[in-house]
Ligand binder design. Structure first.
Ligand code: DC
Length: 216
């Protein structure tokens, strides 16, 4: 069983997907973390976010592993725990540009399908998981919330990880939405057959419950 959860930054996808996976005994697959990992590797290798060929090489060679942890999932990139490093403002700034490359996406999508194929139950979260990666998934959801609410959640999430957010979080979130929605390859869309949930005024528990009710 594959459940897809797509939506813009700060829509609560990650918290919802993680909690949902736990409740259902499913594996949680954070596809955004994979694009962030490629972005981090590119920055550290001095590769420009516009350099399609070198980004593709990085995407082919990279290893990304997810490790369960009581405090949340750890992200292991090329053998090192980079859980916090993939959430820094530096990565945040470049990840849209890096993830817009067709070659990068092809590699990551292949990896996502491979990971999902080895588990009976998967909750997968991202921007194109219901539209491109798993278009035949039986259960698809699209989460959204207004930009102010999303910026507030992102700031709280970063603070909890000890990372200071920039001052222009609302603007940055809106710019990223625009880039993610207008790009040519796999733009952020409500996938065909997905249930759209606006959770501006819903708590995390209410959002999860709504999804569980819809799965029944
Ligand atoms: O969900 P997130 O903020 O961790 O995602 C980081 C970036 O990765 C986001 O700006 C767009 C990109 N992304 C993507 O293009 N496709 C996905 N399936 C997931 C994330």
């Amino acid at each position: 069983m594959i459940i897809t959860l797509d939506g813009p930054a700060g829509s609560g996808k990650s918290s919802t997907a993680r909690a949902l996976a736990k409740k259902l005994g499913a594996v949680y697959l954070d596809t955004g973390a994979m694009y962030r990992s490629v972005t981090l590797a590119a920055i550290e290798s001095g590769v420009d976010a516009a350099d399609a060929a070198r980004l593709e090489t990085i995407s082919s060679a990279i290893t990304i592993d997810f490790k369960d942890d009581p405090d949340g999932q750890r992200v292991i990139v090329n053998g090192r725990d980079r859980t916090l490093d993939i959430r820094t403002p530096k990565v945040e700034k470049q990840v849209s540009a890096v993830s817009a490359h067709k070659g990068v996406r092809e590699k990551m999508v292949a990896l996502q399908r491979k990971i999902a194929a080895t588990h009976p139950k998967v909750v997968v979260e991202g921007r194109d998981t219901g539209s491109v990666v798993f278009p035949d998934a039986k259960h698809k959801f699209f989460l959204s919330a207004d930009p102010q609410a999303r910026a507030g959640r992102r700031a709280a999430q970063s603070a909890a990880q000890g990372i200071q957010s920039g001052d222009n979080l609302v603007r940055e979130i809106m710019e990223r939405d625009e880039k993610d929605s207008k790009r040519q390859v796999s733009p952020l869309v409500v996938p065909h057959g997905a249930v759209a949930i606006d959770n501006t005024n819903l708590s995390l528990d209410e959002t999860i419950q709504k999804i569980i009710d819809l799965l029944a």
